[in-house]
Design a protein around this ligand. Sequence first.
Ligand SMILES: N[C@@H](CCC(=O)N[C@@H](CS)C(=O)NCC(=O)O)C(=O)O
Length: 381
Amino acid sequence: MTQVNNKPPASIYKQADTDGKFKRQDAQFRNTISKDGKHQPEKGRYLLYANLLCPWACRTLITRSLKGLEDIIDVSILHYTLTENGWTFESDTPEATGDPLFGAKYIKEIYHKANPEYNLRYTVPVLFDKKLNTIVNNESSEIIRIFNEAFDELLPTDSPKRGLNFYPEDLRQEIDDLNEWVYHNFNNGVYKTGFATKQEVYEENVLAVFESLDKLEKILSDGREYLVGGRLTEADIRTYVTAVRFDTAYHTKFKCNIKMIRHDYPNVHRWLRHMYWDIPEFKKCTNFDHIKGGYYYAVSDGDKAGGVVPLGPRPHILPKDAADIKTELLTIPLPLSKENRNKNIQVMSSSVFHDLRTPILYSSAIHIGWSLHKTRTLNLW
Ligand SMILES: N[C@@H](CCC(=O)N[C@@H](CS)C(=O)NCC(=O)O)C(=O)O
């Protein structure tokens, strides 16, 4: 039964309490899907409401895709704009699908289908049961477990995805241990940093974010491809969604700017690119336009003037083989502003800047950058 026991903040954009701290609200719909429960595994019965900016929604999308559930669980993608009424179903980006069930304008309406009294935050992701017209679950860490387990028998017997398990019995303890600090200090840590409204709260949290990155770097420094057990697990999925947003969004928008993954964490960077480039489901569920649009528009206290989207860093993610020192001219379409959507700009991309560790190379790179700056070519390393 959904508990509705406190009022939502006066403004949807107000994230921190008066002590300057951001405290994530506990999700209120916590049911599961099982053969002997009220929500049973059935093809076409469930719809996942998600958006592409949100790391929590993204981990459910990746798991759905990795488990081969695209034909079993439907998806509705919301727009990345957060209005006073919450996430909208506006569809002026190609990926946004609108609401196929009720033609709703806001996710809020979906919450009210499940419980007209609901008055807490209207978050994504939401897993909706079309048969019972209610929300099954709105907590992503539980939705990914549901996807991992509940629908296996509905997959074709010859599907290579049948039986895949991202939370295997023998690795559970190790995965749980890692999830625990990755969640508090990294996944949610960037939010606690970005939403802090007091200096000391910011400092405490930003340091914890970088301690967690240092820890990940150390774990991955033995050259391993996956975080736990030599195979892809939930731990990789949960860590990836924050790592892939780090340089492009959290570094700047959430003031997590002590270091960048691409320049300062070679092993995290290697692992991240392995996920993105080698496992198609990760790339498929990562959309940098929505990530950047979302963090710079949605998370700007509703202040449209604060919603200017920076063009860098470029590229949003480096290629896997960006190991040799090269500086190249890339033509990069400007992705977001309507006026510029059809224009191209030429940018200088020294995509391997992070490898230029010696002072000589460093200074020549700066020199190149500076010269370009003077000749009015945009220099977007
Ligand atoms: N516990 C939830 C958290 C989800 C969450 O906070 N989602 C954010 C987007 S990243 C949201 O919808 N925020 C809207 C709001 O707080 O008003 C989960 O992991 O599923």
